[in-house]
Design a protein around this ligand. Structure first.
Ligand SMILES: Cc1cc2nc3c(=O)[nH]c(=O)nc-3n(C[C@H](O)[C@H](O)[C@H](O)COP(=O)(O)OP(=O)(O)OC[C@H]3O[C@@H](n4cnc5c(N)ncnc54)[C@H](O)[C@@H]3O)c2cc1C
Length: 405
């Protein structure tokens, strides 16, 4: 166990006071804000920049998620950005010189109905055409890979098979944030905690600064990476985002011996399960259906999620729930993110990742940094521009997003 303990985060970056001005300000010190800062400094040489976080670093969704990383999305545009992200994940532990326990243990997405089967087989085909490793497994192959799963035919939603991505997996999320923060700090980025953005200073339709609880900061470029609070910040800047914020909750059991060798997700019964390195069973569900900004969820969601989990994994019936928590996720109409320029000049948005943005952290940061530095879309984020909600060029990933939202 001792070798799993990280360096203490307080010592991984400085805690500077805000300077009066920066070349760019990133709002939100979650994974996306930190990755954007890192790639801005590393790929584009922009180091006079700050990440402003209203709470503590990675206190939002970054360290509240269930850590699943995969790239088996349906459409070409999604496969491109998520697969780029997965390739970055594969090189990041070495590049950031930080072992954040990236574990490519594979992810299965279960199919429980004939419609699920058709959709899944189609997605496997699409993935293969896009160079994403994907396989279709029948129920026996599912059982072989995850022996504790119940594949009997007489349960409410029998397992008919699964898509499987062997290169997919999990990583220790808070360590990922610390790894990005440390490297960004080394490259000269100011990471400022307890600094809430409360408004924007504009000259006509151009942003020229941000107002914070620690004073006004002048800047010509502002990137919103605020996940669940994206629409609140956009409103402060004078534009609307087609986004709704919902609570999404997760839970862990007490520690167990290794019983769960891979990651299993079920869109249909709304549960996804992996086993953390230490041994907790980590489980998530669909979003709570109401809008809200409370970092907690409703009990009935936990009850439904546990019922689904116990049916799929009968041995969980004896596991004890240890703790639950919630995050606030920003959900779009097509279950795809918005990454690109905002309607205010000098402003950029990276939001709408909903329940699935952890896996996208490096890819989002990479393409977002390009857009901020060059003021142009990157090939990876061009399809995810805000304009698609006017043009109708939506990227409907409700099936591949894999939980109810
Ligand atoms: C329970 C749960 C399970 C999930 N499971 C997965 C999963 O398995 N796989 C996956 O890919 N994704 C998952 N997600 C989604 C994923 O966590 C998010 O999509 C992703 O973390 C969003 O990007 P971020 O890391 O920058 O967000 P965050 O970490 O939320 O960062 C946004 C930051 O902005 C800050 N902020 C907000 N307003 C202001 C302001 N006014 N001024 C300054 N700072 C501000 C917040 O405090 C926060 O720290 C899950 C989410 C939750 C809640």
């Amino acid at each position: 166990m001792a070798d799993l303990l990280p360096e203490h985060p307080d010592f991984l970056w400085h805690n500077p006071d805000p300077k009066p001005s920066y070349d760019a300000v990133i709002v939100g010190g979650g994974g996306h804000g930190l990755a954007t800062a890192y790639y801005l400094a590393k790929n584009h040489g922009m180091t006079n920049i700050a990440v402003l976080e209203r709470g503590w670093l990675a206190g939002g969704n970054m360290a509240r998620n269930t850590t699943i990383i995969r790239s088996n999305y349906l459409w070409d545009e999604s496969a491109a950005i998520y697969e780029h992200s997965l390739k970055l994940w594969e090189q990041l532990p070495e590049e950031l010189e930080y072992d954040f326990l990236f574990s490519q243990r594979g992810v299965m997405n279960l199919a429980h109905t004939l419609q699920d089967v058709r959709e899944s087989v189609r997605r496997v085909g699409a993935n293969k055409l896009n160079g994403v490793d994907a396989e279709w497994l029948d129920a026996d192959q599912v059982k072989e890979l995850c022996p504790i799963i119940n594949v009997s035919e007489d349960i409410r939603y029998p397992v008919l098979g699964a898509t499987y991505q062997p290169r997919a997996g999990i990583a220790k999320h808070d360590h990922v944030a610390w790894a990005f923060a440390r490297k960004a700090d080394e490259l000269g980025v100011d990471i400022i905690q307890n600094c809430e953005v409360t408004g924007f200073v504009k000259d006509g339709n151009r942003v020229v600064g941000v107002q914070t609880n620690r004073g006004t900061i002048a800047t010509g470029k502002v990137a919103l990476c605020a996940a669940g609070h994206s629409s609140v910040l956009a409103k402060l800047a004078g534009f609307d985002l087609p986004i709704q914020s919902h609570p999404l909750q997760a839970l862990v059991s007490e520690l167990h011996h290794k019983v769960h060798p891979t990651v299993v997700m079920s869109n249909h019964v709304h549960v996804y399960v992996s086993q953390a390195h230490k041994g907790e069973l980590v489980m998530g569900a669909g979003i709570d259906s109401y809008n809200g900004y409370g970092q907690r969820g409703a009990f009935h969601v936990i009850e439904e999620q546990m019922a689904a989990a116990v049916e799929l994994f009968p041995i969980f019936a004896r596991a004890h729930l240890l703790r639950t928590w919630g995050g606030i996720v920003d959900v779009t109409l097509d279950a795809s993110p918005i990454v690109g320029k905002a309607p205010v000049e000098g402003m950029y948005v990276n939001c709408g990742w909903g329940t699935g943005g952890f896996k996208g952290t490096p890819g989002a940061g990479w393409s977002m940094a390009h857009t901020i530095a060059t003021d142009e879309a990157h090939a990876l984020n061009a399809p995810f521009a805000l304009e698609r909600f006017e043009t109708g060029a939506l990227i409907d990933e409700h099936g591949a997003a894999a939980v109810a939202h």
